[in-house]
Design a protein around this ligand. Structure first.
Ligand code: XMP
Length: 522
């Protein structure tokens, strides 16, 4: 399987090297908010590969390790000789020290949380047009005890005598705090100063320029070959389809696979949505029975995901023959999918779930991948969809996971249990829509638990399943809060489910945020 890492060579871009920080994606976002394109690359990316992208600047992200730990992720040291401006954040600053003649030691006190920064050198461009005192957010144990060669201190905090450092001549900067997080209220300006004033990037990155560039890149990657795309009807695959269709027209065929774990009426709705919104080739594969046969007897969540992912690809490969020879498979993979599926060295816990369209793919897959949304967050994909002219009900559709109801049905997937879940889910969706909540929340759905409990209906004792309702708010699916729905609405949902869904006698509301919970139950 080949991935299309180099899908976006843009003229003006900032490269972010990822050393495993939980905030790397937030850095990328801040840069895009500054209307500059950025690309996150693994920390090990060879300097020559970075140079080939011709970045205007490089940011070294934070990371959980100590630079002197044996497990520390270390970059190609030639990155310091590329002659482009560089900003090291936290672990990134410590790397600069390690490689450029400074010294880092374990601090006696961990500096975590809010700090007060005092800018000592008002000529430092990083703090241009900012007050002398700033609130910043710290998260580090090690600290810089000897400046790297040619650097000087430009700001301090109570606990860090070198909270910000610079080598003006080489245009290298290091920050001990995190400018990207919201707890550093003026951090956006620090990042903007770096990308605009220091790196010299213009404010050019807009959705329109993104589309132009993506169209060019897709054409270059695909050439005259055919591409097939698994259309799920969700935002991601629909936007990917619209973008790829704009790039290569009839070389694209969209295939909608009925994987047997769709919601009530979904197969019909997606086909209609497709015909109304798209003008490209379309194939419907009704393979529900095949998927359910393969899922028979399986209860482990990861195994379910893998089976669905693998069967999906098999169906695809067969369907391709109907289309003619397709060399590429397009996917609407987003940045959070990538991040949650890639274990970062030294931090295996960062593999949270193998997402259907990333980790679940078989190694011997015969397609090359086209993933034009791989660097974006969901809200950015929605803006892109609107810019491409897609209808509101496509662009603002709530996310639905690739493995569908299988990850909302705990335990074995059977026709009988699916029918219960579909029925409950249909009620949740219609009640949420009727009450005007559908577009206000990130996701709302039902989950079928493999738990039976005792109840009483009429004069009879019942012993039936439990439905959990999950309604969450989120920016990008990475973190989420449970939504405080009005009690009246919860009551309507609960009453309707108990009255209308055979086999269910209890309804619970999930009041877990992410973290520590995930949005889906499996
Ligand atoms: P979790 O459960 O990981 O979900 O908190 C985060 C967001 O991702 C969606 N999700 C998936 N989407 N394939 C997908 O296409 C998957 O395997 C998958 N698992 C979770 C989930 O619905 C939520 O929006």
């Amino acid at each position: 399987m080949e991935t299309a890492v180099s899908a976006f060579p843009m003229r003006e871009q900032i490269v972010i090297l990822d050393f495993g920080s939980q905030y790397t994606q937030v850095i990328a976002r801040r840069i895009r908010e500054a209307k500059v394109f950025s690309r996150i690359l693994p920390y090990r990316t060879p300097a020559a590969e970075i140079a080939a992208l011709n970045p205007m600047g490089i940011i070294l992200s934070g990371g959980p390790q100590s630079v002197y730990s044996r497990k520390a992720p270390l970059p190609d040291k030639k990155i310091f000789d590329l002659g482009v401006p560089m900003l090291g954040i936290c672990f990134g600053l410590q790397l600069m020290a390690k490689y450029l003649g400074g010294k880092v030691e374990r601090g006696t006190k961990r500096e975590y949380g809010k700090g007060n920064l005092t800018v000592k050198d008002s000529h430092c461009e990083l703090f241009g047009k900012l007050p002398k005192n700033l609130q910043v957010w710290n998260s580090h144990g090690d600290k810089l005890t000897k400046l790297p060669t040619g650097f000087k201190t430009v700001a301090i905090t109570e606990n860090s005598p070198h909270a910000a450092i610079e080598n003006r001549q080489r245009r290298f900067f290091g920050l001990q705090f995190h400018p990207e997080v919201v707890h550093t209220p003026k951090g956006k300006k620090v990042i903007s100063n770096f990308v605009h004033k220091i790196c010299g990037c213009g404010r050019k990155w807009t959705m329109r320029s993104y589309i132009d560039q993506a169209v060019e890149d897709i054409r270059e990657q695909v050439g005259g070959e055919h591409v097939i795309l698994g259309l799920s009807g969700g935002v991601d695959s629909s936007v990917a389809a619209a973008l790829i269709h704009r790039a290569i027209g009839n070389q694209l065929t969209c295939i909608f696979v009925n994987n047997g774990v769709l919601r009530a009426n979904e197969a019909e709705a997606v086909q209609k949505l497709f015909r109304d919104n798209f003008k490209c080739k379309f194939l419907y594969e009704d393979t529900a029975k095949l998927f359910l046969r393969k899922l028979k007897g399986v209860t482990d969540p990861e195994t379910k995901r893998k089976i669905i992912g693998n069967t999906f690809i098999d169906v695809f490969q067969k369907a391709t023959r109907k289309v003619g020879k397709a060399k590429f498979l397009a996917q609407g993979t987003l940045y959070p999918d990538v991040i949650e599926s890639v274990p970062i060295d030294g931090n295996p816990a960062s593999l949270i779930k193998s997402h259907h369209n990333v980790g679940g793919l078989p190694k011997n897959m015969k397609f090359k991948l086209v993933e034009p949304l791989r660097q974006l967050f969901k809200d950015e994909v929605r803006l892109l969809g609107l810019e491409l002219g897609l209808a509101k009900e496509v662009v603002w559709r709530q996310p639905f996971p690739g493995p569908g109801l299988a990850v909302r049905l705990l335990g074995e997937v059977t026709e009988e249990r699916l029918a219960i879940l579909r029925n409950a889910d249909r009620i949740v969706m219609s009640a949420i829509r009727d009450a005007g909540w559908y577009y206000k929340v990130w996701q709302s759905f039902a989950v079928l638990l493999p738990v039976k409990s005792v109840g009483v209906m009429g004069d009879e004792r019942t012993y039936e399943f439990t439905i959990a309702i999950r309604v969450v708010d989120s920016q990008d699916g990475m973190t989420a809060d449970w939504v405080k729905l009005p009690a009246k609405l919860l009551e309507t949902i609960s009453n309707r489910i108990i009255n209308e869904v055979n086999g269910v006698n209890r309804v619970c509301y999930d009041i877990t945020s992410k973290p520590p919970g995930t949005i889906e139950w499996e």
